[in-house]
Design a protein around this ligand. Sequence first.
Ligand SMILES: [Zn+2]
Length: 98
Amino acid sequence: MTIRHRIGVLLAEPRTVSSLAHELRLTRPEVEDHVRHLIRSARATGRRVAVEPAKCRSCGYLFNEDKITKPGKCPDCRGTRLYEPLIRIDPAEDRDDA
Ligand SMILES: [Zn+2]
């Protein structure tokens, strides 16, 4: 199973890029690249992608769903206590190679 495939399997449950990077011993940019590809192919094949956007713990500011990694700080209150985005992708139907 390729790394990208493993990430796709793990994303059947809501996950953060950081937790995937930690679990798979990859860097966050590597995971982000795989996740962006997985999101594109899921949307292209009509599977549902759910992103719970990053959120500021201090003021509740919601970041754009396009941002799938943890932002540095809140543009509204400058706070740095932020919730990381949670990503979930419907698994592919064919699991022959899983
Ligand atoms: Zn804020």
